[in-house]
Design a protein around this ligand. Structure first.
Ligand SMILES: C[S@@+](CC[C@H](N)C(=O)[O-])C[C@H]1O[C@@H](n2cnc3c(N)ncnc32)[C@H](O)[C@@H]1O
Length: 197
């Protein structure tokens, strides 16, 4: 998965990494910033996605498609497809460009719109990466957990750097008897939940 990443994927990843870094210091307004995960989180979610049981592989919060590129490596390795949801038209347009330039159109379906409007039509989920607005996390968690197959995984970003905003949702997940959950100190902090049978 990580040993032979196609040059066109690496090239787009590096381009997005440079833009994301610039966004954080050059005064780009928040809604236009990419706000993407760091590389180590990309590797982390790709490993989990590649190890997930049967079921849809989904992402909530595409931005320009950086994390989706990491998940596409897992999909390529396991013969699956990723469906990724993005609310904002300008971000969805950038993500389309990413998937086309990186040559992963065959692995990724981009759905433009609010994930919560689509959740009922997704079916059983094997892996979900949640990286949307923090205010939407609890609603997304509530929508996804019932869809997880036994052993299915939900990984949520920002569990440490946005701990205050997410505390209630994280506490609810840690106490939720439908899942086994843990906060992992990697990147911005990842809440990992595994659906019990
Ligand atoms: C932190 S960024 C995602 C970064 C991306 N995962 C990456 O690492 O490359 C959050 C994105 O989620 C989108 N978003 C927020 N709420 C959403 C929702 N309910 N459904 C779909 N997308 C949403 C925002 O428009 C924004 O582009």
């Amino acid at each position: 998965m990580f040993h032979a990443i196609a040059p066109e994927i690496l090239e787009r990843m590096h381009e997005l990494e440079r833009r994301d870094e610039a966004d954080r210091t050059d005064g780009t307004p928040r809604l236009e910033r990419l706000r993407q995960i760091p590389e180590e989180t990309g590797r982390f979610i790709a490993l989990w996605a590649a190890s997930a049981p049967e079921g849809a592989v989904i992402e909530i919060g595409t931005s320009a498609g950086y994390s989706a590129l990491w998940l596409s490596l897992a999909c390529r390795a396991t013969g699956r497809r990723l469906t990724t949801f993005e609310l904002l038209a300008n971000k969805a347009a950038m993500a389309r460009q990413t998937f086309s330039r990186a040559g992963v159109d065959d692995l990724v379906t981009l759905v433009e719109g609010d994930f919560l409007d689509h959740a009922e039509r997704i079916g059983p989920v094997g892996f979900c990466f949640l990286d949307a607005e923090k205010e939407a996390y609890a609603a997304c968690y509530d929508a996804v957990v019932p869809l997880l197959v036994p052993g299915g995984l939900l990984v949520a970003d920002n569990a440490i750097n946005h701990r205050e905003t997410l505390q209630e949702m994280i506490d609810a997940a840690l106490g939720d008897e439908r899942v086994d959950a843990l906060v992992v100190p990697i990147g911005k902090g990842e809440l990992v939940c595994r659906r019990r049978s």
